[in-house]
Design a protein around this ligand. Sequence first.
Ligand code: HEC
Ligand code: HEC
Length: 459
Amino acid sequence: MSTESPARPFRRRMAPAVAHALALGSMGSLSLFAGVACSPSGEGGAASASTAPKSTAPASTAPKSSPPATQPPPPPRPAASAEAGEALYARYCALCHGPRAEGYGADNAPSLVSSTFAATVTDDFLRAGITLGRPGTAMAGFGREVGGPLDEVGVDSIIAFIRTLHTVPRMAPPPFTAMSDAENGRLVYEKHCQKCHGTVTQRANAVHLFNPALLATASDAFLRHAVVNGRPDTPMEAFSPVLDGRATNDVITYIRSQAGKLPPLSSLHAPAPAPAEALDPHHGHDHGPVGGPPPGAPPVPAWGPIPLNPQGGAPKFTLRDGRFAPMAEVKKALDEKKKIIIVDARAPSDWLTLHIPGSVPLPYYDLKLIDRIPNDDTWVIAYCGCPHHASGEVVDALRRRGHKNSAVLDEGMFAWQKANYPVVQAPGMAGIAAPPVYDTHGMPQPMPSGPGPGTKRGK
Ligand code: HEC
Ligand code: HEC
């Protein structure tokens, strides 16, 4: 499928690669990607979008030294820098991927620095992963193209920072040429991979290999290199001692054959609530002086009214560990029209694809939005997909500010969705949600051990 060519710029390369996958997977609208591909923003042209409208001030009030007739040239597009990227990484990514991108801070988020990943990952792969996320997993899209907080300079700065953590030379993985026996690949997958990577539709605890957003940007050679050599210092061990070249090719062929459909990204927006309070369009966005979001980007979600059911009585929760509200009790409180505020602790791009009705976006990285929440006895329930980390950050901040009636939704968004509780969902999301497997406390189950002796007890 796609070949890796690290040197070419994202705007000219990633969009066609993903658009190609979209075309293969569905006839869906490419409008958003068309916006990405054709947007002049990367060249600084987007500055024209931010060019201030002509002054409407009456001439008499015009300042003495009125501006020259021609507009000053737009400010140059700021350069991406690893220093800026370090700060952005700390704000947006460290929660899950850990402070040095070693992975496993939360949600079994993978390492971004293992030697085999560092050697073979392209900037385009990183850019697509960060910008678009992995729909249906805890990995949100952070690009403004999908309603996230980062513009392309922000994304590139984070990539520059991640590259400073890489300690091995970059290399192209050996080419993958031979598509082989997908049916045998399925057997190999079920025996050796499924316990960690899950099934086609159900994520387990490792990266979901069937995620259409992953497969749209990962080459077969990149995937096979990971299988053969593992991801050192992670639970992903090298399979070269276990699988011969043929079986390895078969398993890659199987994974590729099951590539899900990537819905048109422009459809990944759930209906917005009647806006009670529109966010400042620049609010929570990390961008240089290039102006507003790119063409085709979804609007920053407005907050619907809070609290829900202002006339209702107070709900009752039996909190686990003084902190976690069982989702059945939260559902009951909503059904019984209790007075409650539900906040979504994820990036707004995630809220746009899937959220609990009546919830308002209060991302873990934008805690000053807590100022908008009345500081009285009203219960505030925070949720995320993780299922506890981002929401835990929000509840900690709420409690520090004296909101004692605040709690984390115990099992998280994906368990809520799986229980068939009410959700507002973008149409494109239907087929691809792949929540992690949780235990009864809503914690992702521990990762089983890797290959080695354990593989001997196969089926
Ligand atoms: C809420 C937790 C969370 C946050 C915050 C988060 N990630 Fe992720 N990230 C994940 C998970 C989980 C995955 C694996 C998704 C899957 O199952 O396929 C992932 C996958 C990735 C991947 C793909 C890795 C691979 O091997 O395929 C990249 C790149 C990435 N994240 C970068 C980032 C960056 C950069 C940020 C900050 C802008 C970030 N992530 C923020 C949870 C998170
Ligand atoms: C013991 C659990 C485990 C088993 C078994 C396992 N994996 Fe993995 N795999 C992981 C984890 C965890 C990662 C992410 C590692 C990291 O943090 O970079 C991973 C990463 C990968 C990646 C890289 C994905 C990316 O985006 O970078 C591929 C490809 C992969 N595994 C394929 C397989 C295949 C194929 C098999 C079976 C032959 C398999 N794995 C078996 C746990 C496992």
